[in-house]
Design a protein around this ligand. Structure first.
Ligand code: C6P
Length: 415
């Protein structure tokens, strides 16, 4: 295991606490990650020294705040290898970015009889916007299903994506099963048929090197808070020619060229899509999170998480009474693992694990069509990040054992 990564604990004071008399093991990173001191300090510094509104003032603080905000945009641009900063739009988060594309590109380009192709493993944020657009426009929504191993059925994808398809929208990594989807291949398939490809990067950008030019995605959305940035900030990347042709998402200050009484023109990119006062400090915090990840290196982040999954997954699968969903092969997994234990309700499992100081999520994970497809109502889910260790994986295994004992015999034998 990469020993320098084990030393980053000190950057995350929140992790150094007792929960239910046990040292906290935080395994709910797919829901939101923890923030290192470097991000918290960047927020404090911004509010204590540079805070002002951006692009509007000529005074020194306004100029500093604008410089901070635009520097954050350029950091994100480099991080995802977007060709130009104008193609990087600040949003409220991944959900906001996906809704933006559906409400502007979708609204302008989808007509009756067109087809939109998504996958059955989508988070509701990359499902409902397309479902509602299809309903409104009398278009058809089609789903790519899964192989037995929890991967996308690419043969079905090749059959479903046709010249009728106008939009293909798929998650780069599943927030439930940890499956990594072949986004580059899907984008190429979409392009062969003249469709655009929308990537949901909520569970990929924080965990692996993402290069939007290499993937050749047309749009790509993700959230700051899952990559150790603040909540309420996210990114939508879009290719310039598409963004330029799209109508604005919201109207108001900042996004205008000129406003007359009965008509208006729109600002240049990216401001056309950044109406009103933005989450300026959030952008600065996201920039600090990008710096933090760059200092470690995304290859190391990914290798670290892979090592944990390689270690944990076989042990988890060998545990009596456990069912793990998604790819069984560690190599095909991100650090997100969904499972159920015996016939226990996942909420009970998560509560019992919390008694052991282990924080996991339980529920449908905002992926109800996937749950329905798998014949489930809910699962428990452990999700790892760069500050987790093999010892955390062991704690999860021990806590699951203790949970089994508790429900089978009414006692927690590890205590
Ligand atoms: N998934 C989870 O626990 P927001 O809420 O906008 O930051 O991200 C939405 C979103 C979109 N796509 C995927 C693949 C996601 O995982 C999420 C957020 C969290 O799984 C909260 S439900």
């Amino acid at each position: 295991m990469d020993s320098t990564l084990n030393k980053i604990d000190q950057d995350f004071p929140i992790l150094d606490q007792e929960v239910n008399d046990e040292h906290l093991v935080y395994l709910d990173n797919a829901a939101t990650a923890q923030r290192p001191n470097q991000v918290v300090n960047a927020l404090t510094h911004f509010y204590q020294t540079d805070n002002a509104n951006v692009h509007r003032g000529v005074h020194t603080l306004a100029e500093r705040a604008t410089a901070d905000y635009e520097a954050a945009r350029r950091k994100v641009q480099a991080f995802i290898n977007a060709p130009e900063p104008e193609e990087v739009i600040f949003t409220k988060g991944c959900t906001d970015g996906l809704n933006l594309v559906a409400s502007t590109y979708g609204e302008a380009n989808i007509k009756a009889g067109d087809e939109i192709v998504i996958s059955i493993m989508e988070h509701h944020s990359n499902l409902i916007p397309w479902q509602q657009l299809a309903l409104k426009k009398h278009a058809t929504l089609k789903y790519i299903h899964l192989t037995d191993d929890g991967e996308l059925d690419m043969e079905e994808a090749a059959r479903l994506i046709t010249d009728k398809t106008k939009i293909v929208a798929v998650a780069h990594a599943s927030n439930v099963m940890g499956t990594v989807n072949p986004v580059k291949q899907l984008a190429a398939l979409a392009h062969q048929h003249g469709a655009v490809f929308v990537g949901d990067g909520a569970q990929s950008v924080p965990h692996m090197k993402v290069d939007v030019q290499d993937l050749d995605v047309d749009f790509y959305a993700f959230s700051g808070h899952k990559m150790m940035g603040p909540t309420g900030i996210g990114i939508l990347y879009g290719k310039r020619e598409l963004l330029e042709a799209m109508p604005p998402y919201q109207y108001g200050g900042e996004m205008i060229g000129f406003v007359h009484q009965f008509e208006s023109t729109w600002a240049e990119l990216p401001y056309k899509f950044e109406a009103g006062t933005q989450n300026i400090a959030g952008a600065v915090g996201l920039g600090a999170a990008v710096d933090y990840l760059n200092n470690i290196g995304m290859d190391r982040v990914q290798a670290h998480e892979k090592e944990i999954v390689n270690y944990l997954l076989p042990k988890l699968e060998a545990l009596d009474g456990i069912t793990v969903y998604g790819p069984q092969e560690p190599a095909k997994h991100t650090g997100v693992i969904a499972f159920n234990l015996e016939n226990l309700h996942p909420h009970d499992v998560a509560t019992a694990l919390d008694m052991e100081g282990v924080a996991v999520r339980a529920g449908h994970h905002c992926a109800q069509p996937l749950m329905e497809y798998l014949g489930l109502t809910a699962t428990a889910r452990a999700s790892f990040y760069l500050y987790n260790t093999l010892a955390d994986a062991d704690r999860l295994l021990e806590a699951l054992q203790a949970t089994k004992e508790f429900f089978n015999h009414g006692s927690r034998e590890t205590k």
